[in-house]
Design a protein around this ligand. Structure first.
Ligand code: HEM
Length: 186
């Protein structure tokens, strides 16, 4: 594996990070809105359209995370600064690993949720991911709460991730946030 001698992520890694952050957060807000503020009783067709939008945006994460993991293996991340204790470096790496796992678990549980409820998993209103499970009430009873609880967990993780990045930038004044926004020559 190549090593990363700069303090910066590659441009490709940066674009993947910010693009996926945008898609993931927009998908999260739409899912949260539908799940907690819309009901089928009031205007069922509107809720249906909002859930369809949620799915069409969120399924793209599956494809992007595959590219992202490949890129991460072939282009190592910059080293964390020596000013961070070994314990904090380990905590940061563990946090990032969990975030990657969430990038997989959210769309996977979402697709299983839809399929087991008898609905499709559409991508950008262009095509559907081939259905991998049939209508299945027992599976639905597991993956539905799983998708919801994981979504709350990942919401907290993202808040922690953003607060950590801001703390590094404004309090520790190190290069960590810039490693995701700038290039060596910038
Ligand atoms: C990829 C990232 C995803 C994120 C961050 C995400 C997030 C969320 C959130 C926050 C909720 C609301 C939970 C609650 O009720 O409090 C939700 C609900 C839901 N999600 Fe996802 N989701 C993702 C992917 C998917 C995918 C790929 C599908 C299906 C193809 C899906 C299907 C659903 C469905 C059907 C609901 C229930 C909505 C409702 O009851 O109104 N999700 N999601």
């Amino acid at each position: 594996m190549m090593s990363n001698n700069t303090q910066y992520y590659t441009r490709t890694a940066q674009v993947l990070h910010w693009l996926m952050a945008l898609i993931f957060i927009v998908a999260w807000i739409i899912g949260f809105y539908s799940g907690n503020f819309l009901s089928y009783d009031a205007d069922g067709s509107f809720k249906g359209q909002v859930i369809t939008l949620h799915k069409n945006i969120a399924t793209t994460i599956i494809f992007l995370v595959a590219i992202r993991i490949f890129w991460r293996y072939t282009h190592p991340a910059p080293k964390l600064p020596d000013s961070m204790s070994p314990t904090m470096q380990k905590a940061a790496h563990a946090g990032h690993l969990i975030l990657y796992m969430m990038l997989i678990a959210m769309p996977v549980t979402g697709c299983l949720y839809s399929w087991s409820a008898g609905h499709p998993a559409p991508v950008l209103y262009l095509f559907e991911i081939p259905r991998m499970v049939q209508d299945n009430p027992e599976l639905l009873a597991v993956v539905k709460p799983l998708h919801v609880y994981l979504s709350w967990t990942v919401g907290l993780l993202i808040v922690g991730h953003v607060l950590a990045a801001l703390k590094h930038h404004f309090i520790d004044r190190d290069h960590i946030l810039r490693s995701m926004t700038q290039q060596p020559k910038d």
